[in-house]
Write a protein that binds this ligand. Structure first.
Ligand code: 5GP
Length: 122
């Protein structure tokens, strides 16, 4: 599928500095920052700096360097936040059924309390 990226989405504005953020880690290709409405004691969003709508878009079109950096940052944030012992959950919502609110790829890192089962029954 061909994705159309909306350059006015909230995370695009965070990347330009138009909207402030609480940065956890920034690298050449990736930004990690705290979710404005945290759903757990630790709730960090990791986004690529490139214009990718969701995970499969990124996996198909991003360079190897971007993909490597993105994944390394996710792991590094888990280490920086001290999550190895207690554990954590990674979530990346995509599209309608994934109930994605912001159309710029992001991985949620959630931790700091028991997070329950992965999905509630519909
Ligand atoms: P989604 O539902 O798209 O997977 O998640 C979007 C996330 O972005 C939500 O958890 C929401 O709280 C977060 N969010 C929305 N607007 C902002 C913002 O302006 N700043 C930050 N830091 N997070 C935001």
């Amino acid at each position: 599928m061909a994705y159309t990226y909306d350059p006015k989405n909230i995370f695009a504005k965070i990347l330009t500095g138009e909207i402030p953020n609480k940065t956890v880690l920034e690298t050449e290709h990736t930004l990690a920052f705290r979710d404005i409405y945290p759903q757990a004691p630790v709730h960090v969003l990791v986004i690529p700096k490139g214009a990718y709508v969701c995970y499969d878009h990124f996996a198909q079109e991003a360079s190897d360097a971007e993909i490597l950096d993105f994944n390394r940052v996710i792991g590094e944030v888990c280490r920086m936040e001290g999550l190895e012992a207690g554990g954590y959950r990674l979530i990346s919502n995509a599209g309608r059924d994934g109930v994605q609110e912001v159309p710029h790829l992001h991985v949620h890192i959630l931790a700091g309390r028991p997070l329950g089962r992965m999905l509630e029954k519909a």
